[in-house]
Write a protein that binds this ligand. Sequence first.
Ligand code: PLP
Length: 396
Amino acid sequence: MISKQMQVQVQNSSVIRAMFEEGKRLSAIYGEENVYDFSLGNPSVDPPAEVKTAILDILNNECAGTVHGYMNNSGYETVREAIAQSINARFNTNFSQKNIIMTVGAAGGLNVIFKTLLDPQDEVIVFAPFFGEYRNYVSNYSGNLIVIPANTSSFQPNLELFSEKINARTKAIIVNSPNNPTGVIYSEATIKKLAEILNQKQNEFGTNIYIISDEPYRELAYDNIEVPYLTNYYENTIIGYSFSKSLSLPGERIGYLVIPDQATDAENIIDAANIATRILGYVNAPSLFQLVIARCLNAKVDVEAYNRNRELLYNGLKSYGYDCIKPEGAFYLFVKAPNNDDVAFCNLAKEENILVVPGSAFGCAGYFRIAYCVSYRMIEKSLPGFKALIDGVNGK
Ligand code: PLP
């Protein structure tokens, strides 16, 4: 028998799995090119050329012979120092290699930090809509995820409700900006207010509340919008970064945590996270890709390709009468279901061979998510289907 906890987690994963199966089924009937699968956040843009050059050079020359070995659980010191210096230069921070722990993507980093911080029944607050896997990452360590309902007018976090929900058991809050699934970037004003509330509550309860900033989409910001670097606003901030989207390397599983000296109990957290990495079975983040990303810290994917997709899809859907806010980052559009029932609408969309994910999977029913990290051509071909869907709902 599988464990009771796994029974719940298997159930939680069923929407995405069902979507995957549906994509395969429709492709078999209509041909892959006639199925518009917007369900996955798998980057459609190639990794920058520097990545391939680095892989070949490392294997052929630089580290041949040692590249596949174990190293410090936290990762290569040289790689961590390069990352620290790169962050310092960009965000005016003061990190060194000891503040950086290499991780198996953002998912690995979040699991390491929750393993490090959470006692059973500790509360972790998240703002809806949110990446659904957080439920599992928190319940893995017997924490309770507390969801703040969405503020659907702007999709900036609802700070009044947030303030009310903080109590003596609140151990952490998750911030994800640019956000999956809305593409919203939390403004500097929002971050300042958030920090103010947290400082007040830490004083009130005599506790430490950590911001866990989940940042796989940091580099995917449009129109030159700044994404505030949270350690500069709140001392108890831990950053979880990933190269999955920023360098289009999701299958290579590489990212890092930043644990600043200024965070309360930083030394113990750093030591414990180093051990958590090992005992969770990651041992260390993939060796080759640690070395690769250290050489690609200034490399960029073609964000403009996602921007073109954003413009085409957003303008198209708005012209048909869909209600959505324009994403400022990431590669998702979060749209109000015209019939107000996200699950029913996503089922209806399948009739147009369109696969999109119900907002309820992100803690926000009544909306659906379109992942526009696909080809421009696919968006063009899918637009008549989106029009037919809303016209159908409106009885046109
Ligand atoms: N956090 C968010 C918000 C995501 O959207 C994703 C992946 O889509 C992850 C974490 C996991 O990323 P990674 O592939 O780096 O583990």
